[in-house]
Design a protein around this ligand. Structure first.
Ligand SMILES: [Ca+2]
Length: 163
């Protein structure tokens, strides 16, 4: 295999990775704390596709994603004041913008405290039927970043679970 073929393969792999990553980066920047919404299933890893039914995105929209789309994919006061997942907290309260004043490019007033598209706490009676689409035990293409805080090295662990 020639060097040009290897370069082409590397380019295609990088391009495919870019296609996976780019939508997250774009939409994450349109909502407060969009890159740091915690996965309620694990309590640790960021749920990168905040508007989707799986944390990796590229799946059906969750209730927040449906509302985000219905509001023109813009963080508006109306979208901020909605309680998309029905857990009693507004989207703004969950994403660290309780006063609905955030605009893209600014730091949010506080951190994201919960997921705006997943009713939490997961085991509460209020959320019993609202998260019917969520199955924390059937996670596909789960990615988990494990960081060693001692020497500041991170490694990416990619696990594939098939149902
Ligand atoms: Ca909510």
């Amino acid at each position: 295999m020639g060097k040009s073929n290897i370069a082409s393969i590397i380019f295609l792999v990088l391009l495919s990775l870019l296609q996976v990553v780019t939508p997250f980066r774009h939409f994450q920047a349109l909502i407060p704390n969009g890159a740091s919404v915690i996965d309620p299933c694990s309590g640790r890893v960021a749920w990168s596709g905040v508007g989707h039914q799986t944390k990796e995105g590229r799946t059906d929209r969750n209730p927040f994603g449906q509302d985000f789309s219905a509001h023109g994919k813009v963080w508006s006061k109306e979208l901020c004041q909605l309680d998309s997942d029905g857990d009693g907290l507004t989207n703004g309260e969950e994403l660290g913008d309780p006063d609905c004043l955030w605009t893209p490019g600014e730091a949010a007033k506080g951190p994201a405290t919960s997921h705006p598209g997943i009713c939490e706490p997961l085991s509460s009676p209020r959320c019993d039927r609202k998260n019917f689409w969520l199955d924390c035990h059937k996670v596909h293409n789960m990615e988990q970043a494990v960081c060693n805080s001692i020497n500041d090295q991170c490694k990416l662990v990619v696990s594939l679970y098939l149902s």
